[in-house]
Design a binder for this molecule. Structure first.
Ligand code: ADP
Length: 592
């Protein structure tokens, strides 16, 4: 069994099913312990011709066999079959429901975790939480209850019967078992450590495999397949070693169990034989005693099995709990209110921002104002803070009060979801889902029809490419849209953002992979369709932003200047240098 903050509630939630399972299990255990009595009657009857049935001596004949042996045995079999079916349904069924609920809660919790959490935790690690760990917790929940009940009821009843028959023999049988349980508890502690190491090794392995598959293009381009293979082999070996270490300990424990059980049977046969010789026991009673002892083997083994399983369950539940206890670090303030009818005015006031895991200011004393409906460019060198500005507008990170405003309202006073409802975003990595192109474009809205999809694909200048695919808009994109070129992916992402028709649109370096002509078409379409709506275009080419209403130039996390292309050209040295450098670069490319 496994207990903890996140699992205890399920014992209550499934109380009825668990109680029903418990009743069935106790019934099975009770009737199972009637079988050794039947053994005694058959052996004694066969030896002596008469049988003692509750103090009455009865003739051992075929009528007796039918009435007192066969009929009860059939009844016991029926009860055991029905009972076993019932407890399996109740315990294992509840376990499966717990697994489903817990997984759902984990997924639900994950959706509220910040970007920072996903930067810190690798996908492979999360995947192993959702598969291995949760299955272990489930196993521990359902089989754990079964084992605990069996230990208490079957073990308790059988031991009581053994003591009633002969307390010395019962004690002699139980002493080795007590040793066994002690060893089990000690070894169980080490098993937890080994299980943890095994899970960690598996998680590293799945992380590595996941990254290798995602980065297969880079690996192939650099002909690093063998390097990857070696690295995988190393991790695979580490995983193997962790598995072996765990299995070795687990097998040692099981060997100890067999050793103690066989030794105990030797003791029972020796001392029990002596009791028969001394006429304290008859042969049937010795058989009955062995029958009871056989019944406690499973509960005794279940003690060590339960220790082993609980150790694994505890380790896995700890990992699951760690996820469920992770605080939602970017959350609404209790006083935050939903915002309505956003116009799109954005203001940053002396914002200094350090990433939660960062060592330095990603933005330093940043101030600018974007009027509603403006088409604004954000330019600057790599690492100057452009994406950070986008992430902050989308409230992916916390900012101090009084530093970022939308329509004059402090973003900390606005609920995050309501603010994001008014924003559309084209991320730098242009992530697309493994779904049809239609579904990818329509992702941003709930009510887009095919004509909308095609209209916005047209505005993103990708309609022509899509209709050339044999399945057109129904073309399924491979994982992360591998069947599309970089430029096509960018444009499908732009169409996905445009279809939302949000008052604030942020495009993060979203036309870098398209040719100059296409870029011009997209920019013209943006200008036409986004009139009166705010659009932020993050770019590294001056040519992309030179015709926009306003340009914000960032450098090293600071705002260097804000103005139109002409204004910046006339007064901003850094901007002029950037323009000159890009001109030279373009000329060089032209010459080549
Ligand atoms: P740009 O978009 O202009 O290339 P970014 O806004 O992505 O620049 O990054 C600005 C600075 O913040 C960089 O120095 C970068 O290394 C740092 N940074 C970006 N993301 C994170 C993060 N998640 N954690 C810590 N530092 C980060």
């Amino acid at each position: 069994m496994v207990f903890g903050k996140h699992i205890n509630r399920y014992y209550l939630k499934h109380l009825f099913a668990l109680l029903l399972g418990l009743v069935s299990l106790v019934a099975v255990d009770y009737f199972q312990l009637k079988i050794p009595e039947l053994y005694r009657m058959v052996i004694n009857g066969a030896n002596e011709g008469v049988v003692d049935v509750g103090g009455t001596i009865v003739q051992f004949d075929m009528d007796f066999v039918w009435e007192h042996i066969c009929k009860p045995m059939f009844l016991i079999i029926v009860i055991m079959v029905v009972g076993r079916f019932m407890w399996r349904m109740c315990f294992l069924g509840s376990g499966i429901k717990v697994e489903r609920d817990l997984r759902q809660r984990m997924f639900d919790h994950c959706k509220d975790l910040s970007l920072q959490y996903y930067h810190r935790n690798k996908v492979g690690n999360l995947m192993s939480l959702f598969t291995n760990d949760i299955e272990t917790v489930q196993e521990c929940f359902s089989w754990g209850i079964l084992q605990a009940c069996d230990i208490v009821f079957l073990g308790g009843m059988a031991i009581a019967k053994m003591f009633m028959m002969d307390w010395v023999l019962a004690l002699l049988s139980l002493i080795p078992m007590a040793f066994l349980v002690t060893i089990g508890i000690i070894v169980g502690k080490y098993l937890t450590i080994k299980w943890d190491a095994r899970q960690a090794a598996f998680s590293d392995l799945s992380d590595f495999a996941q990254e290798s598959f995602s980065g297969v293009a880079v690996i192939k381009a650099f002909v690093k397949e063998f390097k990857e293979l070696w690295a995988f082999q190393k991790l695979n070996r580490k995983n193997e070693n962790a598995n072996i270490a765990y299995t070795k300990l687990s097998v040692t424990l099981h060997v100890c169990v067999s050793l103690f059980i066989e030794s105990t049977i030797a003791i029972i046969l020796g001392y029990g034989g002596y009791l028969v010789h001394e006429k304290v026991f008859d042969a049937g009673m010795l058989m009955e005693f062995i029958g009871y002892f056989n019944s406690i083997i499973w509960p005794m083994m279940a003690i060590t099995e339960m220790i082993d399983m609980s150790s694994r369950g505890k380790a896995s539940l700890n990992r699951v709990s760690e996820l469920l206890d992770t605080k939602q670090d970017v959350a609404d303030k209790p006083t935050a209110q939903p915002i309505d009818g956003v116009k799109g005015q954005i203001e940053f006031k002396n914002l200094t921002f350090v990433y939660p895991d960062g060592d330095y200011d990603a933005l330093s004393n940043v101030s600018f104002n974007i009027n509603a409906g403006e088409l604004v460019g954000v330019v600057g060198k790599t690492g100057s803070g452009k994406t950070t500005v986008a992430d902050i507008i989308l409230r992916c990170y916390n900012v101090p009060d009084g530093t970022v405003f939308v329509d004059g309202k402090d973003v900390n006073d606005i609920t995050i979801d309501s603010l994001r409802d008014y924003c559309a975003y084209v991320p730098q990595d242009n992530f697309l889902f493994s779904d049809t192109i239609s579904a990818n474009i329509a992702f941003a809205t709930d009510d887009a029809d095919q004509s909308d999809i095609e209209k916005y694909a047209g505005l993103a200048d990708v309609h022509g490419n899509i209709v050339e695919f044999s399945n057109g808009y129904e073309t399924i994109l491979g994982e992360r849209g591998v069947t599309l070129s970089g430029g096509q992916k960018q444009r499908v992402s732009i169409a996905r953002a445009l279809i939302k028709d949000a008052p604030i649109l942020i495009l993060d370096d979203s036309v870098s992979a398209v040719d100059t002509n296409t870029e011009k078409i997209i920019l013209q379409n943006l200008r036409n369709t986004r009139q009166g709506k705010t659009t932020l275009l993050i770019a590294h080419r001056i040519s992309t932003v030179q015709d926009l209403d306003k340009i914000i130039l960032l450098d090293d996390g600071k705002v260097v200047d804000v103005g139109t292309h002409q204004e910046l050209l006339s007064r901003c040295h850094e901007y002029k240098v950037m323009v000159e450098l890009q001109k030279l670069d373009d000329e060089k490319k032209g010459d080549n």
